[in-house]
Design a protein around this ligand. Structure first.
Ligand SMILES: NC(=O)c1ccc[n+]([C@@H]2O[C@H](COP(=O)([O-])OP(=O)(O)OC[C@H]3O[C@@H](n4cnc5c(N)ncnc54)[C@H](OP(=O)(O)O)[C@@H]3O)[C@@H](O)[C@H]2O)c1
Length: 497
């Protein structure tokens, strides 16, 4: 075992939920000053009751509601602004209105992503509802300026996104939001962010506790906190160092096993394939969108200076003339192609033993140049790719499913709102799948130092690979070790989180 791998083993964390005491359910009689609250309101019980409570304490409230056009209305003395969640210009108009009227909100309550979970979502529905969660926060983040939002406390509400207690069901549909708000907290020094995850029971009777939590948290001036309420108990998400790496008695990768790696021709995908091929004599399928040359041409092509020469060299090394590896063409965002991919695996091998989902697209452009397409470019291969994989791989009873997530979805990252969002979706999804698949893990990698998208970025745009990085060989060892148990999520970071 190399020193690098040993070091990395002592830098692994798992998320835990710690019960919090001292959060009173009776709201303090005196709020102190009269603050301005911007409430992204919907019809949920918790939104209505929390708003009523704040009104009864003479707080100044502006309600932002989802509509088809930007318009302002005042009825029953309440100020409502209707905003088209799909339209960036609506958010710019909101910014102008706040500026012109010298409205400087202190608290922002974001209920738009707090949705009823009583219906089944398909991928198209999940895409659409991102406009009420991820995309709204993305647009809103663009209008944040210290001129209006001076020292502001943003609270996002999510519903049953985390498993705190045994038997908690998980909604992953709005999970990208959590990564987006973490990025927002990082990008805006004047902004503090709290995510409050509620369940059905905490929805009805705990608005006093919620308001108390918000007020007491706002006095702490933290960057980001993730909390959950279950009935009338409050929990805080923390990350605990783990010693998951005790040796396994059985091999994770079996001889004659069949393993699928999405993003298989990427830096990490090839590193994982090398690792598996060294450990076992198994079949490795690398899925890629590229129209990659057929395997029977590889030996010829590697002699010429073809554009795929470097990759083919690696493939031949992995293959070792033992027919261990092949490349299958598939865009994971296209469900027909994913269906075909799994049909082909069934016909060719009749089995599938494990899946590593390593497909991903990094963030593009700087904050103000990002468009909503950039959001979906990062989100789609990760979340919708994962959903397609899960859907069409059901016929196989796989031993494991591993997601390649990023440290960015744990700590947030400047300029990477869409990437943080995409990876947080994988983190939440893995918690949901833990009950259905033998072993599931979402690994929050820090930077990979020798191959892959971080190196590509440094090569193309400059910068340096940070000290918190890890080699691809160490990552592959860690991936294997993370599958010794069924841990759901593993965070790899030398920096204390
Ligand atoms: N490298 C790092 O520092 C780092 C750090 C943290 C997390 N991660 C995560 O680890 C994973 C692997 O990263 P990497 O560094 O190996 O990145 P990479 O070299 O860029 O490889 C990722 C591959 O994903 C594939 N892909 C993208 N969209 C796809 C789609 N719709 N369908 C199928 N394949 C698609 C692309 O391959 P084709 O063009 O061949 O389809 C791409 O080469 C990513 O999910 C990344 O977010 C990486």
């Amino acid at each position: 075992m190399t020193a690098d791998i040993k070091t990395q083993e002592s830098n692994c964390y798992i998320p835990i939920w710690e019960k919090q005491t001292h959060v009173e359910s009776e709201v303090a009689t005196c709020f102190g000053e009269k603050n301005t609250w911007l409430i992204f309101a919907n019809e949920s019980e918790i939104c209505l009751k929390t708003s009523e409570l704040l009104e009864s304490r003479s707080q100044k409230i502006i309600y932002i509601k989802a509509g088809t056009n930007f318009e302002e209305s005042t009825y029953t003395n309440k100020r409502h602004i209707y905003l088209d969640p799909f339209n960036e210009s609506s958010y710019n108009k909101l910014s102008n209105l706040l500026m012109e009227n010298k409205i400087f909100p202190k608290f922002i309550l974001f209920f738009w992503a707090y949705l009823d979970d009583s219906f089944d979502f398909n991928i198209n529905d999940i895409k659409k509802i991102q406009y009420l969660g991820l995309c709204s926060v993305f647009f809103f983040n663009k209008i944040i300026s210290p001129d209006i939002f001076r020292d502001v406390y943003f609270v996002s509400f999510s519903k049953k996104q985390f498993s705190i207690k045994k038997n908690d069901t998980i909604n992953y549909q709005m999970s990208p939001l959590i990564g987006a708000v973490k990025a927002m907290a990082r990008e805006n020094h004047n902004m503090h962010v709290l995510n409050l995850d509620l369940d059905d029971k905490s929805e009805f009777s705990t608005q006093g506790m919620i308001v108390n939590k918000i007020l007491s948290w706002s006095r702490l001036n933290l960057g980001f906190e993730n909390c959950a309420m279950r009935s009338d108990e409050m929990f805080l998400q923390l990350y605990k160092k783990t010693s998951f790496y005790t040796e396994s008695k059985t091999n994770i990768f079996k001889d004659n096993g069949v393993y699928l790696i999405s993003g298989g021709l990427g830096g990490l995908g090839l590193a994982f394939a090398k690792h598996i091929s060294k450990k076992t004599c198994s079949n490795i399928i690398l899925a890629s969108r590229r129209n990659f040359p057929a395997k029977n041409n590889w030996l010829d092509l590697v002699k010429n200076d073809s554009k795929n020469k470097k990759v083919i060299e690696q493939l031949l090394e992995i293959d070792g003339f033992e027919d261990k590896v092949d490349v299958y063409n598939c865009d994971l965002c296209n469900h027909e192609e994913v269906e075909k991919l799994f049909k082909k695996i069934e016909v060719n091998f009749g089995r599938l033993d494990g899946i590593i989902h390593a497909a991903g697209i990094p963030a593009r452009h700087i904050k103000h140049e990002k468009k909503v397409d950039d959001i979906f470019a990062s989100l789609s291969p990760k979340l919708f790719g994962a959903l397609n994989i899960i859907n069409y791989s059901k016929v196989f009873n796989v031993d494991f499913l591993a997601f390649c997530s990023s440290l960015d979805s744990v700590i947030g990252s400047i300029g990477n709102i869409e990437y943080c969002a995409a990876n947080s979706a994988l983190d939440v999804l893995s918690q949901k799948l833990i009950l259905h698949i033998k072993k599931v893990v979402s690994i929050n990698w820090n930077q990979i130092s020798d191959v892959g998208m971080a190196c590509d970025f440094v090569r193309n745009y400059g910068g340096v690979i940070g000290e918190n990085s890890i080699t691809s060989a160490a990552a592959a060892e860690l991936l294997e070790k993370s599958l010794f148990g069924n841990i759901g999520q593993l965070v790899v970071s030398k920096i204390k989180i």
